[in-house]
Design a protein around this ligand. Sequence first.
Ligand SMILES: NC(=O)C1=CN([C@@H]2O[C@H](COP(=O)(O)OP(=O)(O)OC[C@H]3O[C@@H](n4cnc5c(N)ncnc54)[C@H](O)[C@@H]3O)[C@@H](O)[C@H]2O)C=CC1
Ligand SMILES: O=C([O-])CC(=O)C(=O)O
Length: 348
Amino acid sequence: MAKEPARVLVTGAAGQIGYALVPMIARGVMLGPDQPVILHMLDIPPAAEALNGVKMELVDAAFPLLKGVVATTDVVEACTGVNIAVMVGGFPRKEGMERKDVMSKNVSIYKSQASALEKHAAANCKVLVVANPANTNALILKEFAPSIPEKNITCLTRLDHNRALGQISERLNVQVSDVKNVIIWGNHSSTQYPDVNHATVKTPAGEKPVRELVKDDAWLNAEFITTVQQRGAAIIKARKLSSALSAASSACDHIHDWVLGTPEGTWVSMGVYSDGSYNVPAGLIYSFPVTCQNGEWKIVQAFMDDYNCFMASFCDSGLSIDEFSRKKLDLTADELSEEKALAYSCLT
Ligand SMILES: NC(=O)C1=CN([C@@H]2O[C@H](COP(=O)(O)OP(=O)(O)OC[C@H]3O[C@@H](n4cnc5c(N)ncnc54)[C@H](O)[C@@H]3O)[C@@H](O)[C@H]2O)C=CC1
Ligand SMILES: O=C([O-])CC(=O)C(=O)O
């Protein structure tokens, strides 16, 4: 029997990520080729005409899975009955701007949209915040939508995760689909820590650790990390616009794996509400390695082979974290704590 359509909200749908994202959703990239969708697109009144143009193009593209389009500048209409909310609308960082510069503008947007989602979205709506500062916008959304379970509110660090996979694949000249289990820890900002200590590559001789294949710890501990951390800025420099197609594609990956599950033996990075795992302060939205099953994510806690379980017992908990990594996990947590304080100061 055909599935009921899922209602998917995209805020900021007239913007450049929105323009890349809505056709992917309508094609089934996000929720699968057998899941019909009704798109809810929200933007602000100055973008209403452009938003209507996007709606016209969606009609023109005749997507078989697309069962309806709501294009509106009314936040209540946009949020009503949605099962998935992808929050892209916001004030983007421009060349030379730090994320903190855009904090106060986004705090007020996320406060009001949180209330609309809380009152009007479907029960168990899953929320992905893309707009920067993504982790802190998600935290504000969580604070102002107290009846939405905290496990349903996440932010996008899958783009950073995919960037890390891409860098390793380029360096080793292997298929990106053969690289797995990198980790993005922390903030979607230049303090994030792209960690390859548990990442592997599929080879004809079995799965091999990335470190063993790259054979260049100096590169992995320095240039690789900064390349991933600074990739957003490099795209802005090259395009004079921030990443859009890769952001849209990664947002689809995030929701796809959350709803439909991660493959056996594979984890992905998601910004989720910290429960204190890995000694990350509870109450931050922090990017962790997660596996997903039955529509729920779970922070990866432990390696399954004996050696690493043994090693993990000497560390904080879960995957073994060396001293180099520990400092980087703490640094990005400190930045998130500062962002949280700044965001709260914008509320008063
Ligand atoms: N987490 C991540 O990995 C990434 C995050 N981003 C962030 O995503 C956001 C969107 O980027 P772009 O699409 O390039 O920006 P954009 O400026 O092209 O589009 C943003 C859209 O949001 C709309 N908007 C503004 N306020 C709104 C509101 N209150 N409600 C609904 N819509 C509103 C604007 O009118 C515009 O159409 C930015 O904050 C950007 O920094 C971008 C790339 C990656
Ligand atoms: O830096 C930005 O504003 C865009 C962004 O988040 C990214 O490309 O990762």
